[in-house]
Structure formats: structure tokens, C-alpha cells
Write a protein that binds this ligand. Structure first.
Ligand SMILES: [Zn+2]
Length: 55
């Protein structure tokens, strides 16, 4: 089971496999950082796989 990257705080709707993904780093006004969690945990939180991630 690999880890994925998610934003901290509100406005989360996807998890990211690429830590440099623009969707993960965008919206600086709401950006409070990111964290790494197991993919299984992200899916339990109803997060979907990001389509912008390149890896
Ligand atoms: Zn992404």
C-alpha cells in the first residue's frame, strides 16, 4: 500500500500521487500545507484519485 498526498484543511476532494501536482499546490489563499497518508485512508475519507497528477 503506497502513500498519497492530500491537502490539509478544507476544500479537499482528491488525493494525489504526485507531490508536485498543480492541483495539490494551487489556491494559496486556502493552502495550509499537505500531508501524506495511505491511499486506503484517503479513499475512506471519500477522496478521489486526482486526474492532473503525472505520476
Ligand atoms: Zn494531483
Amino acid at each position: 500500500m503506497s502513500n498519497v498526498h492530500v491537502r490539509i484543511g478544507e476544500y479537499r476532494y482528491a488525493y494525489h500521487t504526485d507531490p508536485d501536482c498543480p492541483a495539490l499546490n494551487g489556491k494559496p489563499e486556502t493552502f495550509k500545507g499537505m500531508t501524506e497518508i495511505p491511499r486506503e485512508e484517503a479513499e475512506k475519507q471519500d477522496l478521489k484519485a486526482c486526474h492532473q497528477c503525472k505520476k
